[in-house]
Write a protein that binds this ligand. Structure first.
Ligand SMILES: Cc1cc2nc3c(=O)[nH]c(=O)nc-3n(C[C@H](O)[C@H](O)[C@H](O)COP(=O)(O)OP(=O)(O)OC[C@H]3O[C@@H](n4cnc5c(N)ncnc54)[C@H](O)[C@@H]3O)c2cc1C
Length: 458
């Protein structure tokens, strides 16, 4: 839908102090650019509110102009949103709502609906506290938390969605409401897992945890050792205590000059992660992995805020494609399938194929949890490829999707929406009962079907 002149007037007049960009405006192309540069999202309008009032004004103006609304903080998961028809959608980009405040007494953080993790981790760390952030410092707190949130403390402390204590949201009528265990508790339940389907979140409150340091680091082997290491890892991971959360990756390191020579252009096996415990306890837990004599071993005491960069995820806008699945135990056949398709060198376009260790608290339903409070299975798998040119994109797409297809026999059939970079049926993320409940909450809070989420409930 193109925005006609009268709608244009409505949008620009009502949108408050924030800016609204329409196609043809000088700022439109930069405003519609998401973190994932490989995604070309083409909405009818993009709003960049600076305050909660601006958000309400933007939503009202979108509705008056006959547009639907999609909330987006960074665009890390822009792929499934852009795969939908956005020609009648205003994207409300919440990045400027980036306030962070910490209450060290109550061990609670309150952050804006556009905040990223890096400043939150730093502010909490100044009080000896830690949030259940993930591997990337610039992922948005909103999308991550509302989609579940698997981080380095997950097997001990669960998913981040379970640490949320309140969510503040602008409804599709432009009203500001709070959802917590007492107020709008049905909405609070639904938001914790089905995120952007109900309104534009302007603030989140969540519990912090008294963690000032951990035993964390990397173990690295050449890819020639991949089968041997993954066999040992699978056995180890299934019995590891809850204090440890790790990831197993095959990394195809690009031959870039800024990468140190011993790693440049190589395919490597990397196990990284964190132990919530003393150095002695950490060493004891990692003994079976270290017995495989890694080429590099950086495990040691790290201040908790350093975990936000432990995984060395790309910071800043990046062109990438990815695929994901939740997997059960692989066994020898699954390990062979994984290694054969993942350890293919940097020329393949595949940068990483990763198994995030599940189990522990991640595998247990949380008391008072939301729509997604746990994940069953042994691994959350994801693979990522570069998408800098159309040729690279095609190669990476084939590599990442080929890998997920090859692993299909070990898939649990559940999708973790947090890792899903393309559209997946809602029925693969929530069972029928939950899906019915989620749809009922959506009908109550968004009866006119205004919100367009990355992962929808249909
Ligand atoms: C490099 C990288 C590392 C990652 N690491 C991890 C990890 O360690 N653990 C993990 O669990 N996940 C991880 N993820 C997945 C990540 O959590 C999801 O992609 C998440 O959706 C990103 O949230 P965002 O707000 O940054 O992205 P966006 O694309 O801005 O948002 C994604 C969706 O969340 C909803 N949303 C966002 N903001 C709002 C808002 N203000 N109000 C209402 N709805 C909103 C919308 O539906 C939106 O489409 C990673 C992803 C990448 C690309």
């Amino acid at each position: 839908m193109s925005v006609d002149t009268s709608a244009r007037r409505v949008i620009t007049l009502i949108a408050g102090s924030g800016v609204v960009h329409l196609p043809g405006d000088p700022g439109f192309d930069s405003a519609r650019t998401s973190w994932n540069l490989a995604v070309d999202q083409r909405p009818a309008a993009v709003a960049e509110p600076r305050t909660t009032r601006d958000v309400a004004a933007a939503v009202r103006s979108a509705r008056r102009a006959g547009l639907r609304v999609a909330a987006q903080s960074t665009g890390h998961n822009a792929g499934p949103l852009a795969a939908q028809d956005l020609s009648d959608v205003m994207i409300v980009r919440t990045g400027a709502l980036d306030g962070v405040s910490i209450d060290p007494e109550r061990r609670v953080a309150r952050v804006g609906g556009g905040s990223i993790w890096a400043p939150v981790v730093a502010a909490a760390g100044a009080h000896g506290l830690a949030a259940l952030h993930g591997s990337s410092p610039d992922v948005g707190v909103a999308g991550y938390s509302l989609g579940g949130g698997l981080g380095w403390y997950a097997r001990q402390l669960g998913m981040q969605a379970n640490s949320l204590t309140a969510v503040v949201m602008v409804t599709t009528d432009g009203d500001l409401i709070r959802a917590d265990q007492h107020e709008n508790s049905d909405l609070f339940w639904a938001l914790r897992g089905a995120g952007g389907n109900f309104g534009v979140v302007t603030a989140l409150e969540f519990r912090l945890h008294p963690i000032d340091s951990t035993y964390a680091g990397w173990l690295v082997w050449d890819v020639a050792r991949a089968i041997e290491v993954l066999e040992r890892y699978e056995e180890w991971a299934a019995q590891a205590p809850d204090e440890v959360t790790t990831s197993f990756r095959i990394l195809n390191v690009p031959p870039l000059p800024q990468i140190p020579e011993p790693l440049r252009g190589r395919s490597l096996v990397v196990i990284d992660g964190a132990v919530l415990g003393s150095d002695e306890r950490g060493s004891e837990i990692l003994r079976a992995l270290r017995a495989l004599r890694p080429e590099i071993d950086t495990f040691g005491r790290l201040p908790a805020p350093a975990l936000a960069r432990l995984h060395m995820d790309p910071v800043g806008p990046t062109p990438s494609v990815g695929s994901s699945a939740v997997l059960g135990q692989l066994g020898r056949a699954g390990i062979d399938a994984f290694v054969e398709r993942a350890g293919v060198g940097p020329h393949s376009g595949l940068i990483t194929a990763e198994l995030r260790q599940l189990g522990g608290a991640v595998g247990r339903p949380a008391i008072d949890g939301g729509a997604l409070s746990h994940l069953e299975g042994h691994y959350a798998f994801m693979s990522v490829g570069v998408a800098a040119t159309p040729e690279r994109t095609a190669a990476s797409h084939a590599a990442t999707h080929g890998l997920v297809d090859a692993l299909r026999p070990w898939s649990t059939r559940q999708n973790y929406l947090g890792f899903a970079e393309s559209r997946v049926p809602a029925g693969t993320a929530f069972d029928e009962d939950r899906l019915d409940l989620l749809r009922a909450v959506r009908a109550a809070y968004d009866p006119d079907d205004v919100m367009v989420a990355n992962h929808r409930l249909d």
